[in-house]
Design a protein around this ligand. Structure first.
Ligand code: ZN
Ligand code: ZN
Ligand code: ZN
Length: 348
């Protein structure tokens, strides 16, 4: 906070609050807010009826429960009285931010992620272990999928099976299960539909959830029967691009250099225009969080950063391909958390 010139940090719904306190606020019209003044102790302002869910940690924060007739915004404003720079949690409801701005007319507001994102980006050993456990369990699903029949089923059926398996292997929550087949896969975040999978299709499966508070995210590709030469060539280039992205993820490199390492391979293979998104995103308590592997991000990789490397090739009207692993930057080089086979699996 000192480095960023922030006098008070206000955290409401979203992952910052559980990251620092272990308490996850319910997204309610009743305000929950952790007030962290730079020069004094942290206070969790919480609705009285939610207070029993708070695990008290007096060494970290004290609890200020408000009653139905109280004005929680006035309470927060009183706690940060005189603050000139206030950082407010990125997921805070706009109505509370607007009320807070009226209550503190002389304060400048900025996004709390200026303070919290660099802290959350560096994972400690327990967090990496949690990400690894989540990655291993989606690997298991990706491996099983190689033996499953695809032809004759709809995208929605495969999507439902993936969601069920994500929970079966120990996640508490499914975050997404993209199943995009044939030409639908040219839309990177296609919503599973009633399209029936047929021989000759390529199938993109991108899925993940939250396990013990940390996210998984993997993409693997399946071909129903032998793929044609065009698909094989594009997939070969994609694999080289993904490997180049992973290998370039060295401590001290910039995120834009990692993006370029993957992108240059696809540009060289003639698929530059077909790679329409950034190479990856940070992952932790959120499926997508800082740091982003994208041109223009000159942040350097630090040991403990965890992120996806997921180049793709999208050819509208024809097909789409993506390959994704979660990687952790370490002093000994990049460590992949996913280990399911990366070839284009031929399925029935
Ligand atoms: Zn995505
Ligand atoms: Zn993904
Ligand atoms: Zn991803």
């Amino acid at each position: 906070m000192q480095e960023e010139g922030v006098d008070a940090l206000l955290l409401s719904v979203g992952p910052d609050l559980p990251y620092f306190t272990g308490y996850e606020a319910m997204p309610l019209e009743r305000l929950t807010m952790l007030v962290v003044p730079r020069e004094s102790d942290a206070v969790l302002v919480v609705p009285r009826l939610e207070a029993p869910r708070v695990e008290e940690r007096p060494e970290v924060f004290c609890v200020d429960a408000w009653d139905e007739v109280d004005d929680p915004v006035a309470r927060v404003a009183a706690l940060v009285d005189g603050a000139r720079s206030v950082a407010v949690g990125d997921h805070t409801w706009a109505r509370f931010v607007l009320a807070m701005q009226s209550a503190l007319p002389r304060a400048q507001f900025c996004a709390a992620s200026h303070v919290t994102a660099p802290l959350r980006a560096v994972k400690d050993a327990d967090e990496i272990e949690a990400l690894y456990a989540a990655a291993r369990s989606v690997d298991e699903i990706a491996i099983e999928m190689r033996e499953r029949p695809f032809a004759g089923r709809t995208e929605r059926e495969v999507h439902r099976e993936l969601m069920e398996r994500i929970l079966d292997v120990g996640h508490e929550r499914v975050n997404f299960a993209i199943v995009a087949t044939g030409p639908n896969a040219a839309s990177p975040h296609h919503d599973p539909a009633d399209r029936v999978i047929a021989k000759g299709d390529v199938v993109l499966c991108d899925f993940g959830g939250t396990m013990h508070g940390y996210c998984s995210d993997i993409t693997r590709m399946f071909a129903v029967g032998e793929p044609d030469a065009e698909v094989r060539d594009a997939y070969a280039a994609l694999r080289v691009a993904q490997e180049a992205g992973v290998q370039s993820a060295q401590v001290g490199a910039t995120y834009e250099a990692v993006d370029a390492a993957a992108r240059d391979v696809l540009v060289g293979a003639g698929f530059g225009d077909a790679f329409v998104h950034r190479t990856g995103h940070g992952i932790g308590m959120e499926a997508h969080e800082d740091p982003y592997v994208v041109a223009g991000n000159t942040t350097e990789l630090v040991a403990g950063h965890a992120f996806s490397i997921e180049p793709g090739v999208y050819l509208p009207g024809r097909f789409g391909l993506r390959l994704e692993d979660i990687v952790v930057a370490t002093a000994d080089g990049p460590r992949r958390l996913n280990d399911a086979p990366r070839d284009l699996a031929i399925v029935a």
